[in-house]
Design a protein around this ligand. Structure first.
Ligand code: ZN
Length: 313
């Protein structure tokens, strides 16, 4: 199926970081930097790319312009449901406004009629470890932010482990009906995915996904466990290639994951940095799955619908 045909397929995006979620050309226009300013070609450049992209949202006015660009992108891609990972504390620092005001801005944007359905994934590990997670927990408990679909663990700092967040996650899941999305198995081996599975299990989460999780495919027992526990892998092919998590397109194991029966979804991750869009990711996935697999764009969307927190809550 060609790009143009796939563009029309209604889509759902479950693994997209708010701070790098607009097309690179638009980011260049909004920031006044050339497009290659946002380019990431290896993992060492990833943090720099994210910092550059985050800097676009430097005030409430810039936030509104950014959100308009996001909405335009979502509509152009026929995206019906999106669960962006947001980091209220970091947005508050970048815009120099209280976190409560950030939540208010997010509410306002979500309520616009022409938005897709938005369910926020609130990032707990906001760059300052457990302290930041406790602060974020308070924000979630305040219920100021509407349509929280889940929690996200993204960037475990050196010297800490996913398990350090167990208590906070369990408490939030007890008080709020939300899912959880954990980054694991991108640059690390299956053991990091096992750890995420254990955290999901012990936290009492009812709905769970793993962002990336590609190294799980090396461990059949783990794939079995993911299948049994109904945990979805939110894949991002261009991201894996740009960061070097996967060496070449032909080495991407989306096909093996699909054949294992573990539910998977196709996403953009940080599309500003990887110069991609969701339609291009669907096209890449279908190419790798192969015509013989019988997979279609609609089925990729259906996988995501099945895994969406906001649909199931
Ligand atoms: Zn990610």
């Amino acid at each position: 199926m060609g790009y143009q045909q796939l563009l029309e397929v209604p889509k759902i995006e479950l693994h997209t970081h708010f701070e790098a979620a607009i097309p690179r050309a638009v980011a260049a226009k909004l920031s006044g930097h050339p497009e290659n300013y946002f380019q990431v070609t290896n993992v060492a450049e990833l943090q720099q790319g994210l910092t550059r992209s985050k800097a676009i949202v430097s005030s409430p006015e810039a936030f509104e312009r950014y959100f308009n660009a996001l909405r335009e992108y979502w509509n152009s891609q026929s995206i019906e449901i999106v669960e962006p990972i947001i980091n209220p504390l970091e947005l508050s620092r970048f815009m120099n406004i209280p976190a409560e005001e950030v939540l208010e801005l997010l509410n306002q944007e979500r309520e616009r009629e022409y938005s897709p359905i938005i369910g926020w994934l609130v990032q707990l590990d906001a760059g300052n470890g457990i302290r930041g997670a406790l602060e974020t927990q308070k924000l979630i408990d305040s219920k100021l932010l509407k349509n929280v679909a889940g929690l996200a663990l993204v960037d475990i700092q050196p010297g800490t482990s996913r398990m350090d967040y167990l208590e906070i996650i369990s408490a939030i899941l007890r008080d709020h009906e939300v899912g959880i999305s954990i980054h694991a198995g991108e640059f690390s081996g299956p053991e990091s995915v096992w750890q995420a599975v254990e955290l999901i299990d012990r936290s009492g989460a009812e709905f769970a996904r793993i962002a990336h999780g590609i190294s799980a495919v090396q461990d059949p027992k783990l794939m079995n466990e993911l299948h049994k526990s109904n945990i979805t892998l939110d894949l991002a092919i261009s991201s894996n290639l740009a960061t070097g998590a996967v060496k070449s397109l032909s080495e991407h194991l989306v096909k093996q994951i699909a054949e294992s029966g573990v539910n998977f979804t196709i996403n953009t991750d940080d599309l500003t940095l990887f110069n991609s869009d969701l339609t291009a990711e669907y096209a890449l996935a279908l190419e790798l799955l192969g015509e013989g697999s019988g997979f279609t764009g609609d089925e990729l969307s259906e996988n995501a619908r099945r895994a969406s927190f906001i649909v199931r809550l």
